[in-house]
Design a protein around this ligand. Structure first.
Ligand code: 0RQ
Length: 504
């Protein structure tokens, strides 16, 4: 392990996770590394959760404010939430224990676009950051810090925090060195920020390492735990159908001359449908594709291996355990084709708009007019968060949303009269796809969209009910642009809460 910490000043700070956790004061604001289950600190949060429980047993109300890159893992969000230790949390999360704390009201959660957080922290909207707790794959002799399997918010946390704690994880490959691209000029606040000089997903514009102030380092912890990602489910028929419709849509766009035969850089969300789309691309005739996205999942690694994808830019891995091992074993090779960037660069609207990225993300529900809800269940309950979906959706050349047409065994329709929460407005959504079909909403007015969404995307069990609503809305609305019956527009959700089904 000595080889992983080549700098004497850092080596002199090596201590146990419990000793490092003892440094933290109640109410501290901590910026943690971690993005979609990769590159998060493995031991410090567990030790901090243990300390919080001990202090609480003595009557001390001990909570911290937790900032991350995006979702993390049971050792971080799960442990700290389980100890009732998180007072405030931002941005994206997906841990079931934390989700419960947010929904029972014991943790405040602020759901921020992933590309916005660095700016907002720098402006001081969240107060001063006390600690950065970051995972590294090694510390070089000159004191520069080599990132591990995610970059996320780390550059910002290391720069803004008063004190730094580093976990150096020997499970992460040393060959990750060279894969990262840490761009610092973006931290220059407007109006003096220079243009983002990315014109191709493969462009490298920054450093391979984090440069930090060594006097801020108060603890270094040696770890060797793996990233905790779950395996993908085998591809089901609905996911394959949805992927098929999307690929047909790409073919249509190529024929129409709006895309060339390499497609534009692809952004693909997380989850099984996104993985099915990537598997579909592997079988397709498309060659020399590129990706400008947020996370690299298994399907993207397969595309890189096949040579069909030439380069992938992201901020983190979101790999199954088998693929994470494969990445570690071959990191030097993959570093030639994969670039991991800070999330304010991977998700930057300027680059997404300039390169005409094609965005494809999951949704909870869409309404007949094309508004999309990615985050809320029945109006009030948080699922995960908006993540990077908004960064990509508004700025992409085409923004696609995918979902099965029903949830909870058919008791919920994913196509509703009015979404119970809006994350992506009708102005930003180009295409909606369910296993029933694809609705291309481009160039259509709201009432034209409604017919297409109901006809092409709704489940047969809900089609008549939606048509009835649409007809009734046109009769009673106070205008015919986006007709709604305000006494009924959210009645499907309240019916589900009362009766356990949206079916009339
Ligand atoms: O819940 O597991 O309890 O049954 O939502 O649904 O169908 O498995 O879909 O895993 O792709 O997630 C929008 C949540 C979809 C995700 C969302 C319930 C359903 C199930 C999951 P159960 P599925 P997915 C880049 C892009 C926002 C962030 C984003 C997401 C659970 O895609 O978080 O896009 N997106 N980031 O039963 C009630 C409905 C429902 C519903 C599904 N209409 N009502 N519950 N569910 N539809 C990546 C990052 O930013 C990191």
């Amino acid at each position: 392990m000595a080889g992983r910490i080549a700098n004497e000043q850092f080596r002199s700070k090596v201590m146990s996770a419990a000793d490092a956790a003892a440094l933290i004061e109640p109410g501290s604001k901590i910026g943690f590394a971690g993005f979609t289950g990769s590159g998060y600190p493995k031991e410090f949060p567990v030790a901090l959760a243990a300390r919080i429980k001990e202090e609480r047993a003595k009557g001390v109300d001990f909570r911290v404010d937790s900032f991350t890159g995006a979702s993390t893992a049971p050792e971080l969000d799960g442990e700290l939430a389980g100890a009732d230790g998180i007072g405030f949390r931002t941005p994206y999360q997906s841990d079931p224990v934390l989700r419960n704390k947010i929904n029972d009201g014991s943790t405040y959660y602020s759901d921020i676009h992933l590309s916005h957080l660095a700016n907002q922290l720098a402006y001081g909207f969240f107060g001063d950051l006390d600690y950065a707790v970051i995972e590294a794959s090694q510390v070089l002799a000159d004191g520069s810090v080599v990132p591990s399997s995610s970059v996320g918010m780390n550059r910002t946390y290391l720069t803004l925090a008063k004190k730094i704690i580093i976990e150096v994880n020997a499970w992460q490959s040393e060959d990750l060195y060279g894969m990262h691209d840490i761009y610092y000029d973006i931290a220059t606040l407007p109006p003096n920020r220079p243009p983002l000089p990315i014109t191709h997903p493969g462009d490298r514009i920054g450093d391979k390492v984090y440069t930090i102030d060594p006097s801020k380092v108060v603890a270094v912890i040696e770890t060797e735990g793996p990233d905790r990602n779950s395996p993908f489910k085998p591809l089901d028929e609905d996911s394959k159908k949805i992927a098929g419709y999307l690929l047909d849509f790409f073919d249509q766009e190529v024929k129409a001359g709006r895309l060339n035969e390499h497609l534009n850089p692809l952004q693909s969300g997380v989850g099984n449908i996104a993985n099915a789309v990537l598997a579909g691309l592997l079988e397709s005739d498309y060659e020399n594709m590129t990706s400008y996205t947020e996370v690299i999942q298994d399907g993207m690694v397969d595309l890189l291996d096949s040579g069909k994808l030439t380069v992938a830019s992201a901020t983190a891995f979101s790999l199954s355990p088998t693929y994470a091992e494969k990445m570690n074993d071959n990191a030097a090779e993959y570093a030639k084709k994969i670039i991991l960037r800070p999330q304010d660069v991977s998700n930057h609207p300027e680059a997404i708009r300039r390169m005409g990225v094609i965005a494809c993300n999951g949704m909870i529900e869409a309404d007949i007019y094309g508004n999309v809800n990615s985050t809320h269940v029945m109006g009030s309950r948080m699922m995960n968060g908006i993540g990077g979906s908004g960064d990509f959706t508004r700025n992409a050349i085409f923004s696609c949303f995918v979902s099965p047409s029903t949830a909870k065994g058919g008791a919920i329709s994913a196509i509703v009269p009015m979404v119970n929460h809006v994350d992506h407005t009708e102005h930003d959504v180009s295409v909606i796809i369910t296993e029933q079909g694809l609705a291309d909403l481009r160039g259509l007015a709201p009432r034209q969209r409604a017919k297409k969404v109901i006809e092409n995307c709704a489940h047969p069990d809900y089609k008549d009910q939606l048509l009835d609503y649409f007809e009734q809305a046109q009769k009673v609305a106070n205008g015919q642009h986006t007709p709604h019956d305000l006494t009924k527009s959210l009645s499907w959700h309240s019916k589900f809460l009362a009766d356990g089904t949206m079916k009339a």
